[in-house]
Each structure stands twice: as C-alpha cells, then as structure tokens.
Design a protein around this ligand. Structure first.
Ligand code: PLP
Ligand code: ZN
Length: 391
C-alpha cells in the first residue's frame, strides 16, 4: 500500500482525477485541483492527544499535507488572542483575533508557500514564479531561498515598498508592472512555458490551499477540539477561506466534527469587491471588478479564479459577504492596535469593521464565538499607516 499522503488530485469543479506524483496545475476545464488524502488512515494517527508532542509549526498536521522533505521557516501555530476590550466595544464578549502577522515574512501567505515550495522542490522545479498583490511574493521568495530554488515575482508597481524590498533581499527576480495582479498573472502565464517556470499562482497549483487550510485545523486545536461560530476573513483570491472550508470537510470525514460549520464571512474593500457584488446579486460566479483600487493591497484582486468556490462556501456555511472602506480599515487598525496591542495589516483591520457591522445588525449574536483573521502584520504597510497616523 502506498505511504504517500496525497492519494490523488481531483478537480474542484468537474471531479476529474489527476496523478499527484507529477507536476499538475489546473484541470483541463480550467478550474483548480484539490489534493485528496486517505483520511481514514490519517485519522488513525492525527488526534488531539497526539498533537501535544508535535512541532509547533503547521507541519504538525503532516498526515494531511503534501509529501516531500519539508521546506520550513517555522510557520503556523500563530496565537489565537482573546480581545475582550475590543469585543466590549461591539458587545461581543467572545471575540478573538488569530494573528497571522507572526508568521515568517509577516503574513499567512507563508502557510501556502511552505506547502507549495516543499512540493515544487520535490518535483525538481528550477524556478518558481508567481504574480502577487505583495505578501505572497515575499513569502514565495523566502521559501524559494530556503529551498535553494530561484524565484520570479511579478507585482504591481504600486505594491507596498516592504514587499518589493523583501523579495529583492531574498534574491528573487522582481518584475514591477503598471497594472493589477490580473495583469501580473497574464505576464506569468505568457512566459512560464518558454522560460521553464513552475507556476505558483493562486489556485493554479494545488498545494498553497493545503498550507492555508491549517488555519482551520489550528482553530479546532486551539479551541480544544471545537470550532467557532463565525469566522471573518479578508478575501482577495480567497485561498484562505477556501482552504479552511476544505479543512473542515476533512475534519468531518475524520470524525473530528459533525456537519456544523462556522459561518464564513468574506470581507472585501469597497474599491474591489467582486465577491460581495456577486453575493448580493445571488450569482454563482463573480464578474471582473473594473477599476479596482484599495490600499489593502492583498484585497486588490478584481477577478479571483476561485470565485465559484468562495461563493459556494459562503452559501454552504450560511455565511455572508460585505465591504469596508479604506478609511474604516485605517480607523479600525488604530483601534485594534491601541486597545489590544495588535498592529494589523489593513486587510486584517477590515474584519474589525465587518464584525461591528454584523453585531450591530444582529447577524452575529452576543453569545457567539467570533474569530477575526489578521492576515498580516501592519509593519509592512508603512505608506498606508504613515498617512493614517500623522496625529
Ligand atoms: C494581508 C493579506 N490579507 C488577505 C489577503 C487575501 O488573501 P486570499 O487570497 O486568501 O483571499 C492577502 C493577499 O495578498 C494579503 O496579503
Ligand atoms: Zn475540471
């Protein structure tokens, strides 16, 4: 019997199966592939009790992660912080922040890249390439350096300076384009075959989502074998949200949880909200969001490839989607920092605003356990915070 964790890859849309032992990207139907495991076997060794003695990185969930010699920088097992003072301002006594800013390179993108680069290295990739809104580029460049692989990072010219600097420091080749992440994606797609690049674009390789799903596993572990009632997630490409929902399905199959799910909330910027627009119009897919603009660079994703999956997961979990303005994010970031000592990325701060709106409207009840995802550190957004913190 095979000892590999990943048994096969399966199209998330049409169900077509693919061999996981060789390099794979999208399905022939154009949709993302998901890794499938022997979850019965995984459940035999992956238990709450067994986790006590495992390394404090996301690789503690090894049975449900890709195979290969792990390329790690110590990512995952980020703190789940009770934020009572902030919670009191919105009458949510059970409010928590999962602080992803403490990951290597300062964002949750490290989770996806440790998994993707581990697999790329196993498949003997020479150069990894990805378009990025910023943080994913920094994370990919760091893990590529750790793996001894070269990296090409393509990002909009107005990406926060810290993201450009970190990529250069990690030795990546940086391409700055006048345009959006969608233009950067086209740039990689047009060149990857000719240049021999291994494409690590969001959802165009199957393993970033595997790394991200560990945020859901950690919540279950940190809440002592339970999940919260509501999760608010700043949604750009949607990989975090898709990953966690995939993780919850796996947990159910392993017998850890029943059919109940946290209600997932996609939080987007008013200046780039393709998912919120589609959600309000009750569509199954999103349209390209023209003239996308927000200082929350990670949310500047006008045409997410995972739109159908995100919208399906919001429906299945009885979740919702809403927007926040840039001014609201900056104000909330200041509030989160001054009340709780957490200096968040504007994307993370957006979830504070969204939680307050949903508590005010009664969509979130006072007795519910609510988790806000701060997906990145505030320290990388010097330009935005300089503007907001003059006085
Ligand atoms: C800080 C931050 N938050 C959220 C996101 C959006 O992430 P996802 O693609 O998982 O929706 C990004 C993506 O760049 C990001 O950098
Ligand atoms: Zn397919």
């Amino acid at each position: 019997m095979s000892k590999r964790n990943v048994v096969e890859l399966e199209c998330s849309a049409c169900g077509k199966k693919y061999d996981a032992r060789v390099e794979q990207h999208l399905c022939t139907c154009g949709k993302p592939l998901f890794a499938r495991y022997d979850l019965k076997r995984a459940a035999g060794t992956l238990t709450l009790a067994s986790l006590v003695n495992r390394p404090r990185t996301l690789w503690r969930y090894a049975e449900v992660l890709p195979d290969g010699a792990v390329v790690t920088l110590g990512e995952g097992m980020t703190p789940l912080l009770r934020v009572a003072r902030l919670g009191a301002t919105m009458k949510l006594p059970r409010l928590y922040v999962k602080d992803e800013g403490l990951n290597p390179t300062g964002s949750f993108k490290a989770r996806g890249m440790t998994a993707a680069v581990t697999r790329a290295k196993q498949l003997v990739a020479k150069t990894v390439a990805a378009p990025t809104a910023g943080n994913a580029g920094g994370a990919l460049a760091a893990y590529a350096a750790a793996a001894g692989i070269s990296a090409v990072i393509v990002m909009p010219a107005d990406t926060p300076a810290a993201n450009v600097m970190e990529c250069r420091a990690f030795g990546a080749q940086v391409v700055l384009l006048d345009g959006l992440i969608s233009d950067c994606g086209k740039y990689v797609a047009e060149r990857k075959d000719r240049e021999g690049w291994y494409d690590v674009s969001t959802l165009k390789e199957p393993y970033r989502v595997e790394g991200k799903k560990t945020m859901g596993y950690e919540l279950w572990e940190q809440f002592g074998g339970k999940l919260p009632d509501v999760i608010l997630y700043p949604t750009g490409g949607g990989v975090g949200l898709i990953g966690m929902c995939k993780g919850f399905d796996e947990m159910q199959e392993m017998g850890w949880i029943g059919p109940e799910r946290p209600r997932m909330v996609a939080v987007q910027a008013e200046g780039c909200a393709p998912i919120v627009k589609a959600w309000k119009e009750e569509r199954v897919a999103a349209e390209f969001f023209a003239n996308a603009a927000t200082l929350a660079s990670g949310l500047r994703v006008p045409g997410p490839l995972g739109d159908v999956l995100i919208l399906r997961m919001l429906r299945q979990t009885r979740g919702t989607a809403l927007t926040v303005t840039d001014e609201e994010m900056l104000e909330a970031g200041r509030e989160l920092a001054s009340l709780e000592g957490i200096f968040a990325a504007p994307e993370g701060a957006a979830t504070v605003v969204a939680a307050r709106k949903l508590a005010d409207s009664g969509w979130i009840k006072a007795e519910e356990t609510v988790v806000l995802f701060n997906t990145g550190t505030g320290y990388k957004y010097a330009e935005a915070w300089q503007r907001a913190l003059r006085s």
